[in-house]
Design a protein around this ligand. Structure first.
Ligand code: SAH
Length: 216
C-alpha cells in the first residue's frame, strides 16, 4: 500500500466512525491518533482501516472500530479517571483509552496477548497503561475502585466483582447475553443507592471465559 493509499483509507475510516454515530470529538481524535494497523499482524493487516472485527492471536478478535468508538463514547472517560478494561485482546481499545484517561489497567486471560500488547504500548510511548494477565471476571482488587470499567467480552450478566469495584458515580460499559446469541451492549451507572442500567444496542463479542488461558 502506498502512503497515499494509507492516508485515504484513514480518512475513510474516520468518516465511517462518524456515520455510525461516533461524534464525540475527543474520542474521534484519539482514534485518529492510534493506528489500528499497528495492532493487526499478518494476513489481515491490510484490512485494518475497514470497519470490521478481525482475527488476532489465541482465537480472539480485535473489535469493530465503530463499536470501539461507541463503547468509548458511552464510557464518557474524563482526564483524571482510572479505568479498567477486561479483555486486552490486541490492545487497541486500551491504547485509545490511554489518551483519554489518567491511568488504564487492562487484563486478559491470555498471557501471549498481554505480552504482545505491552510491546505495542511501549513502541507507541503509552506509559499510562498497565497490562496484566489475569481472569478479569474478578476485576483487579488491588487497584480498585475504578471510575470507569469496560468489558470487551460478553458475560451472561455483569460480573458481581466488577460491580463492586466501580466507584459511586462510576460507569461500566459491557456486552451481556449468551455467547452464541446476539448480545446487548449495556451501560451501568453506580449511584448512591444502587445501579442504573441502560441498554445501548445489539452487539456480538467473544465470550468472557473463567480462568487463565492455556498459555498462562
Ligand atoms: N479489547 C480488545 C478486543 C478483545 S477480544 C481489542 O481492542 O483488541 C476479547 C478478549 O477478552 C480476548 O482477548 C479474551 O482472551 C479476553 N477474555 C475473555 N475472558 C476473559 C477473562 N475472564 N478475563 C480476562 N480476559 C478475558
Amino acid at each position: 500500500m502506498s502512503e497515499d493509499d494509507v492516508a485515504t483509507r484513514k480518512m475513510q475510516f474516520l468518516f465511517a466512525l462518524r456515520s455510525k454515530g461516533v461524534t464525540d470529538q475527543r474520542v474521534l481524535e484519539a482514534m485518529e491518533k492510534i493506528d489500528r494497523g499497528a495492532f493487526i499482524k499478518g494476513l489481515f493487516a491490510e484490512r485494518a482501516y475497514e470497519d470490521m472485527p478481525l482475527p488476532i492471536a489465541c482465537g480472539q478478535t480485535i473489535s469493530q472500530p465503530s463499536v470501539v468508538g461507541l463503547m468509548t463514547q458511552a464510557l464518557n472517560v474524563r482526564p483524571r479517571d482510572k479505568v479498567l478494561e477486561v479483555g486486552t485482546g490486541s490492545g487497541y481499545q486500551a491504547a485509545i483509552l490511554s489518551l483519554l484517561a489518567r491511568r488504564v489497567y487492562t487484563v486478559d486471560r491470555h498471557k501471549r496477548l498481554v505480552m504482545e500488547a505491552r510491546d505495542i504500548f511501549a513502541a507507541m510511548d503509552l506509559s499510562n497503561i498497565t497490562a496484566i494477565s489475569s481472569d478479569g471476571s474478578f476485576g483487579l482488587p488491588d487497584q480498585a475502585p475504578f471510575d470507569r470499567i469496560i468489558v470487551t467480552a460478553a458475560a451472561e450478566d455483569p460480573p458481581p466483582p466488577l460491580l463492586a469495584q466501580l466507584k459511586v458515580g462510576g460507569i461500566m460499559v459491557l456486552p451481556v447475553g449468551q455467547s452464541d446469541h446476539v448480545q446487548s451492549l449495556i451501560r451501568v451507572t453506580r449511584t448512591e443507592d444502587g445501579f442504573e442500567y441502560d441498554e445501548l444496542r445489539p452487539v456480538r463479542f467473544v465470550p468472557l471465559i473463567e480462568g487463565l488461558g492455556r498459555d498462562g
